[in-house]
Design a binder for this molecule. Sequence first.
Ligand code: DCP
Ligand code: MG
Ligand code: MN
Length: 336
Amino acid sequence: NKSLIDMFSNYGALLQDMYPDNKQQRGRGNAYVKIARLLESTPYELTPNNIDDFIEKNRRGGQGMGESMCNKLKYAVSFKVLPEYEAFLKDPSVIAVKDMSRVHGIGTKTAYKFYERFNLKSVEDLRALLSSGDPNNILKNDMRISLKYLEDLEDRIPREEAKEIGDFVRESVENIVKGAQVEVAGSYRRGKPTCGDVDVLVCLKENQKKDGVLQNIVDDIDRRGLISARLSQGTFGQDNFMGVCKLPDGKENRKHRRLDIKIYEPKQFATALLYFTGSGRFNRSMRTYTHMMGWHLDDKGLYMDRNKSRRVETVTEQDIFAALGLDYVRPQDRSV
Ligand code: DCP
Ligand code: MG
Ligand code: MN
């Protein structure tokens, strides 16, 4: 039900994010997202023939399946469109939001704020603002960087180049923490022909200290000419680098690429690798499943309880699937 899921979740998220302070709109957004989640956990394809049964079955649960939502779902199953969403996408505010949120660091919420408060309508407007010196400091550092490299960053990375970037990082890691393991995770590891960014995972060896190591790795690849810009540190703080890079080998047509590097201790590596291999949706279903068992799974470990006190030691991804009683799923089969 992928196209249905995409329509409902994209529309829902857009409503939620554009109007975070408007209770009614946010509530509408929630309703669409709820339907999307329900569709995600539906293991068969919805068709005009089975949609009535589906609605009947799920309405008993109550929430989110009001009459008008049911009609929209039925319509979407029959005609493969959500007309309200299509119309919404043509609204000037939504067009502005869509364009400006191409910039890393400008999410839907921020873009809508820019539109409402500063009458900014496009990437072009943002660039004009930047070249006028942005006197009110509207644009944060990451936004400026992303604006500067936007066209490059929107281009997909051929997997061969993602591998080269990974190898480049591996060389520095080898200089700084000998024997540490380096894996390119994300869409690359799932075998995709092109990637949105390069997700590099570094796993230290037993007894190697993590303090300052990532900093040293980044400084080294920077010294060797890979780094174009450093974005502010993400949610993983000291253990996560986010930046822009370009291979300095002078080959023609090299472009600026998004690079993420994360560092983990040996006992966390299996769960970290699983997490950063994704896909996001695959992770979500793994997490839902573990939660149903009363367990907890995140990038740092697997636990037999939700307060993370009974840790399950895992060395490989296979160990995680086995501990959960699941068949192993190969990375290339995780792009669901
Ligand atoms: N991830 C997640 N939830 C998020 C963000 C990330 O589970 N909100 C995990 C799953 C992703 C992985 O981290 O697969 C890497 O994140 P990316 O955003 O780099 O996504 P991908 O590498 O899968 O795709 P892309 O080719 O767009 O980079
Ligand atoms: Mg990625
Ligand atoms: Mn990434």
